[in-house]
Structure formats: structure tokens, C-alpha cells
Design a protein around this ligand. Structure first.
Ligand code: ZN
Length: 296
């Protein structure tokens, strides 16, 4: 049974970049006749606002991207994250770190791995990354591998401010929700090896991954709330859906609009992905301008 998910962070309204991730994960789930879950990733509570979560859900409904089952909010899942951290700790796979943000900036040196400096108090918990490369086959990007120790170092599991880290929360939630297929933007490709290490450490099964190309602005930067990507204009839903599909390599015919647009896209996606065909991957930095929606 296929089970996919869309997992936005409620740090602002849905923008074009997150729409691409929603459309891509929805299409892949529908083309596989699977379930599509929505999880609001508000684990980083200082940066998230609950009302943005509600706003994102209303936008998905308006666009016709309907989800299955109850919406999961990470802010209500802390017991599960705590239990996972405890399991890692008991297995010797989590250690306390006393470093301040400044001392631990960039790739972490592993300073506290063999014990806290004398008199220092634990501020955060980290995962001791084993040496070697971690690789996986990505359905869109092909083989990807990373030396996590070299590139990220021992990463955070529980932050000094008491928030559980994104990497831990995602792994615990994907397993808890029985997610079989993770479909998300290529900006998260280099998080995946860390997540695979945590899956292995916790004895969880590894989902299949697809990292799609991400939308960029005129300056070539990923569209994100940090660089002020605008909210989706409700009067341009059709144009935005068409542009998202074009970015995913499915430029729609002029006559498809509304519900017909989405069912057209599911049929094309199914042809492309379930017959074992590889995509003609569009350029990684493709940046579509919204197309006319003459049939609207
Ligand atoms: Zn430290």
C-alpha cells in the first residue's frame, strides 16, 4: 500500500515553492492509487504560527488537493520524539552537548562526543554520526550519497531551546504514519542521509524517496518564506497549478482546467512513473512564468 505525505511548515502562507511540493506528492500518491497525508511541521515552535497551518489547509482544499485521514501536527507529537530520543540514548546513540550556538556553528567538531567539558551543563543532544558514506537511490535524482560525518558532523536531536530537531521529528513521524514514499523538493536531498542514519539507528524501515526540482526566483534562489516568496493569489489558482505542473515536466494542454487539469496530470504522471519509465528531468533551475489560463 502506497502512503505519501505533504509536510509544510506553518511559517507563512502556501507559496509557489511549497505548491510544487504539494502537487508533486499529491500526484504521485493519486497515480499509485495510494493515500496522501498532510502533516503540519510545526516542531520549530518559535518560528511557526498555528494560524498559518489552518491557512495552508484551506488553500490545499481550494486547489482541489484533498488529503486522506486526520492532519498530524508535530507540536502534538513531542511524546513520540521524546521516546525516540530515549531509545537512542539508551543505545549509546545520543550524547549531551554543552556548546553554545557560536561554539557549534557550522559543521560540528564532535567536541562533546567523549563527555562534557568539566563543569559544563548539557544544552542539547546530538547523534554520533558513524564514519563512511550514506547513499540511496532517488527516484528523480538517481543515486545520491554523502559523507555525513564530513559534511554535517554529529547533528542535533534536541535543541538547546527544548525543541526537537527537524531530522528526528520527520523520521519518527514518517514511520509513525506508515509513509512508504517521500516526495519533496530537492533542497531537502542533503537531509536524507541524516534521516536514513536515524531510521537505521531506530530500526525503522526506509521509505522510497523522490526529490523534485524546486522553484527559484529571478535571482536563482529557492522560493521560500525566508526570501519572502509571496502567498498564492486565489484569483490565479489555475495559472499557479499549470506552472507547478510545467516545472514538474508536465506542461498542460490549454484546454485542461479545474478538476480536469488535475485528472489529466494524474494520468500523465501514472504513465511516466508507474510504467518504470524515467522522467525527462527538466533543468534543476527551471523557473516557469505563470501561463495563461485561457480555458478558465
Ligand atoms: Zn558540544
Amino acid at each position: 500500500m502506497y502512503r505519501g505525505r505533504f509536510a509544510p511548515s506553518p511559517t507563512g502562507p502556501l507559496h509557489f515553492g511549497s505548491l510544487v511540493a504539494a502537487v508533486c506528492s499529491w500526484l504521485d500518491a493519486r497515480a499509485h492509487e495510494g493515500e496522501w497525508l498532510v502533516r503540519i511541521e510545526d516542531v520549530d515552535e518559535p518560528r511557526c504560527r498555528p494560524h498559518w497551518g489552518g491557512e495552508i489547509l484551506r488553500t490545499l482544499e481550494r486547489l482541489g488537493l484533498h488529503w486522506d485521514g486526520p492532519v498530524v501536527w508535530q507540536s502534538r507529537r513531542k511524546e513520540a520524539y521524546r521516546a525516540a530520543l530515549e531509545r537512542l540514548r539508551r543505545a549509546g546513540l545520543a550524547y549531551p552537548c554543552a556548546c553554545t550556538r557560536r561554539e557549534a556553528a557550522g559543521r560540528y567538531s564532535g567536541r562533546c562526543r567523549n563527555g562534557l567539558p568539566e563543569g559544563a551543563a548539557a544544552r542539547a543532544w546530538r547523534f554520533p554520526v558513524p564514519p563512511g558514506r550514506v547513499g540511496f537511490h532517488d527516484r528523480w535524482q538517481g543515486w545520491f550519497e554523502q559523507d555525513v560525518e564530513e559534511e554535517a558532523g554529529d547533528f542535533i536531536l534536541l535543541r538547546a531551546d527544548g525543541c526537537f530537531a527537524y531530522q528526528l521529528a520527520v523520521v519518527v513521524d514518517d514511520a509513525g504514519q506508515g509513509v512508504t514514499h517521500v516526495v519533496r523538493g530537492a533542497d531537502l536531498l542533503d537531509s536524507t542521509p541524516r534521516q536514513i542514519l536515524l531510521q537505521q539507528a531506530l530500526g525503522l524501515s526506509q521509505p522510497l524517496y523522490l526529490h523534485h526540482p524546486v522553484a527559484v526566483d529571478g535571482a536563482g534562489r529557492k522560493l521560500s518564506k525566508q526570501n519572502r516568496a509571496p502567498a498564492l493569489d486565489p484569483s490565479r489558482d489555475c495559472e499557479n497549478l499549470r506552472a507547478a505542473l510545467a516545472l514538474l515536466g508536465l506542461p498542460p494542454p490549454a484546454e485542461a482546467d479545474g478538476a480536469a487539469l488535475l485528472s489529466w496530470a494524474v494520468a500523465r504522471w501514472r504513465e511516466r512513473w508507474t510504467a518504470g519509465a524515467q522522467p525527462a528531468a527538466p533543468s534543476f533551475s527551471a523557473s516557469p512564468g505563470p501561463k495563461d489560463c485561457s480555458a478558465r
